[in-house]
Design a protein around this ligand. Structure first.
Ligand SMILES: NC(=O)c1ccc[n+]([C@@H]2O[C@H](COP(=O)([O-])OP(=O)(O)OC[C@H]3O[C@@H](n4cnc5c(N)ncnc54)[C@H](O)[C@@H]3O)[C@@H](O)[C@H]2O)c1
Length: 332
């Protein structure tokens, strides 16, 4: 079913993390739907912020270079907004274990800053929070439904739960309108390609394009749920406009689960270069590995009519094409 996004025509929208992967794809879509878009991003070097990401809409978005930890700036930025897409975060599981307090600053204190700003300056606006599959951590069965409680294996995952919980608290205590989308493994154009600390599917595409060997830890038999960025963007748009989304957390996932190693094979075949080899799990990765993960997306399908559309093979092909054209903007 095609969705009607004319709701966004003339709406004033703020996207934190709007120069990053998910945020910039959303910004481009929102401009196309006639929204007045402001992106708010600190462009911190480790993450995916990149001015090139908003190149196609650069004359039609307001770019605010600022940090969500800066109370005054975030307060000013949310004032008068109709919808806030709350996407900025510390995004690396690995770094959250070596710099746990940085993760707390960004993914906990930064979230409270944003919620306080909305409460004080735009209490009627809607907030969509970028939650994560990581919130489930180690789980006993798949596919995972929203009512399951997992055991986070790293600080990032624990703090993503805290971030979502703060939204529930501000909703019940102060009436703020929010929705959380628990994203699985998103991939596609505009993802950072500087390192493989997060977004490994995209990182493997770079390795394959460069003719390198991808290292598959262990047997690569673990199941994963990959979804193309346009599908994620669609879910954000629906969550920001439909009343059925208010006060809810929804899983996102791909059209079908895949084994990790099959994702790698598809990349190598599609790129026509590179290769892969099996290596033992490094200790720091093994310690935070969660095993099989697949998401049950029935809840968002029933409530908002969302379904993932992009098949993995076609999504990888489009992503390879994008980086073959624009790789120099990301190979840094
Ligand atoms: N991509 C995925 O597969 C995935 C999966 C689960 C959850 N998520 C969540 O989605 C969100 C975005 O992820 P992404 O893949 O687009 O990552 P990304 O690194 O491409 O984007 C994050 C953006 O936030 C900005 N940012 C980081 N800290 C900031 C701060 N303190 N103040 C202002 N801006 C800041 C970065 O500069 C970057 O542009 C995150 O909240 C992440 O936890 C993503």
């Amino acid at each position: 079913m095609e969705h009607d996004f004319s709701y966004y025509r003339g709406k004033r929208v703020l996207i934190t993390g709007g120069l990053g992967f998910l945020g910039s794809n959303l910004a481009c879509a929102l401009v196309g739907h006639g929204a007045s878009v402001s992106v708010y991003d600190a462009l911190l070097p480790l993450y995916g912020g990149n001015m090139f990401n908003v190149e196609p809409v650069k004359d039609r978005v307001e770019v605010i270079i600022a940090d969500i930890r800066d109370r005054a700036r975030i307060g000013k930025a949310v004032a008068g907004k109709d919808v806030v897409f709350n996407i900025a975060a510390q995004t690396s599981h690995v770094d959250s274990m070596t710099e746990p307090l940085l993760d707390v600053e960004m993914n906990c204190a930064g979230q409270i800053n944003l919620l306080e700003a909305v409460r004080n300056s735009a209490p009627e606006c809607r907030i969509v929070y970028a939650g994560s599959r990581a919130q489930y951590g180690k789980i006993d069965r798949v596919p995972v439904t929203e009512d399951m409680h997992g055991r986070p294996t790293d600080i990032y995952s624990a703090n993503k739960i805290a971030g979502e919980m703060y939204h529930f608290v501000y909703s019940s205590a102060f009436g703020l309108k929010f929705t959380s989308l628990r994203i699985s493994n998103a991939y596609g154009p505009r993802h950072q390609m500087k390192h493989g600390k997060y977004g490994v599917l995209n990182w493997f595409i770079r390795l394959a394009i460069e003719g390198k060997k991808i290292k598959v830890f262990g047997t690569g038999a673990q199941m994963r749920d990959y979804h193309y960025v346009d599908d994620v963007t669609g879910a954000f748009l629906l969550a920001g406009m439909k009343d059925e989304a208010l006060g809810e957390a929804f899983n996102l996932g791909g059209p079908e689960p895949v084994r990790f190693v099959d994702m790698v094979k598809t990349i190598v075949e599609t790129a026509g270069s590179g290769g892969y080899e099996f290596v033992p799990w490094p200790a720091d990765r093994k310690a935070i590995e969660v095993g099989d993960f697949t998401a049950d997306t029935g809840k968002i399908s029933r409530a908002l009519g969302w379904r993932p559309r992009m098949e993995l093979g076609e999504g990888i092909r489009r992503t390879v094409d994008f980086y073959r054209r624009f790789g120099k903007e990301y190979w840094r």
